[in-house]
Design a protein around this ligand. Structure first.
Ligand code: PRT
Ligand code: MG
Length: 209
């Protein structure tokens, strides 16, 4: 049995067609079921659907053999205990700094709101910019509007969310897409199964280009 941990939400939506092309389909309707472990129709795979930020933890500890989550989550989690063999090229977006449109950043130390504390720290350290980071768990766009922060670090896709809140993207920190990650022990113990899955997914990704 192979266990695959998948981020729920938008990544799941983009992942299911890829998995289907690789021959893996859930035996239940994921939008209806309340089960957390869903067997595949082929009977060789269990799917566990969890929060994106929990995927690296599940895979690192071997609770799942394989995982699918965003590069943003992986870099922020910073585990060197995972293989990352494949860019699935789904759920693409950009990690960016953003400010209130037309408003300039103050001189000296700035306040930055983000859920990506580690990525934000690294980015501004490289630039030599002193920052105070304010960790938020969502609605980052709100922070500069209510005077909580001078700028934010968040994911941008169309830019509509920023625009709707009177903000604009400033600098690109990193291009983001979802990745296949693999537990190192599973890679040895279930080599054939994981190799076959990786190859099928790679073909599905290549076919889309
Ligand atoms: O929402 P919740 O807290 O439950 O969980 P989550 O945020 O972890 O899940 P979800 O479904 O939002 O998926 C998060 C993952 O999807 C991220 O880790 C990325 O890898 C990927 N992804 C791709 C995105 C986006 N695109 C994206 N646009 N995650 C979030 N957004 C948000 C962004 O934070 C901002 O609020 O969408 C808004 C910007 O979109 P535009 O199109 O208005 O620019
Ligand atoms: Mg979200």
């Amino acid at each position: 049995m192979l266990t695959i941990a998948i981020s729920k939400g938008r990544i799941l939506k983009d992942t299911l067609p890829l998995l289907a092309e690789a021959g893996i389909e859930p035996s239940e309707d994921l939008s209806v079921t309340r089960k957390l472990i869903i067997p595949s129709i082929c009977g060789e795979v269990n799917l566990v659907i969890i929060r994106a930020t929990d995927v690296p933890t599940f895979v690192e500890y071997g609770a799942a053999d394989v995982g699918i989550t965003g590069k943003d989550t992986l870099v922020e989690h910073n585990s060197d205990n995972l293989y990352e063999p494949l860019d699935l090229e789904i759920a693409k977006c950009r990690l960016m700094t953003a400010v209130v449109t037309g408003r300039e950043l103050p001189v000296g130390k700035i306040r930055v709101a983000s859920k990506y504390v580690s990525l934000t720290e690294q980015y501004f350290a490289k630039k030599g910019q002193q920052v105070e980071i304010i960790k938020l768990y969502g609605s980052m766009e709100l922070a500069p509007l209510v005077g909580l922060a001078d700028c934010i670090v968040d994911l941008v896709d169309t830019g509509n969310t920023l625009k709707a809140n009177g903000m604009e993207p400033l600098d690109l920190i990193m291009n983001i897409s979802s990745r296949l990650v693999i537990n190192k022990a599973s890679m040895k113990m279930k080599h054939q199964q994981i190799k076959a899955l990786t190859e099928k997914l790679k073909i599905a990704v290549d076919n889309r280009r």
